[in-house]
Ligand binder design. Structure first.
Ligand SMILES: [Zn+2]
Ligand SMILES: [Zn+2]
Length: 212
């Protein structure tokens, strides 16, 4: 290869005549300056690379911690998440419906929020219906709290609930809800699947409602 007749100094950009192919400086000072500059650039690059790999490692560590933490969670953790997602979907689905029991459309603000998702057949007594949409409706906090207890209020709430179901959907639905039903045997994976399914359904419905 031929040594070029002239090239620009990498430091001062001045034109000079190199003596060899590898000379990129016009003078010794600029040679030193260039060597220092290239070394600094290389160092910087190394630091960036190290930082990147450190960040990646930290992220992997966090990820594996998350996985280990989830693995340690009891099934009830996912059951709770699935129920929360299901209930949220029901409240959204019934967003324009009055309380299924008392018919209130604007209940007083109790316990932080106005609405619950109330199951006709309770989740405690009839766990096989805990994720059945036809068994759950928007209910005001007061009625939902009442239906959990025994006594006169609970009986009234349940009665009103049933009357509304008959009026809105017919006696067949109530008969069907009253059973019998096959027992479900939900496992961890089922709760996770149900949770994800209802989170997605709620998200989609929310989007639709906001667009409307
Ligand atoms: Zn120079
Ligand atoms: Zn109510």
């Amino acid at each position: 290869m031929k040594v070029p007749k002239g090239r620009n100094c990498r430091i001062c950009k001045k034109r000079f005549k190199p003596l060899t192919m590898y000379e990129w400086w016009c003078c010794e000072d600029h040679r030193d300056e260039l060597v220092t500059k290239l070394a600094a650039e290389a160092r910087q690059k190394r630091i960036l690379k190290q930082e990147k790999s450190r960040k990646k490692e930290a992220q992997q560590e966090r990820q594996s911690l998350k996985v280990r933490k989830l693995a340690l969670q009891p099934d009830s953790h996912f059951k709770k998440q699935a129920q929360q997602a299901f209930n949220q979907f029901i409240r959204l689905r019934d967003h324009d419906q009055p309380c299924i029991s008392c018919g209130e459309t604007n209940p007083p603000d109790l316990h932080g929020g106005q609405w619950d998702c109330g199951h006709f057949k309770t989740v405690g007594g009839f766990p096989e219906l805990r994720f059945v949409e036809k068994n759950a409706y928007r209910q005001c906090k007061s009625c939902n709290a009442g239906s959990a207890k025994h006594g006169a209020k609970a009986a009234t709430v349940a009665q009103q609930y049933e009357q509304t179901l008959v009026r809105r959907f017919g006696q067949e639905l109530v008969d069907w809800l009253n059973g019998p039903h096959e027992m479900t045997h939900y496992r961890r994976d089922d709760f996770i699947r149900i949770r994800d399914e209802y989170r997605a359904k709620a998200k989609e419905l929310k989007k639709k409602l906001e667009a409307a």
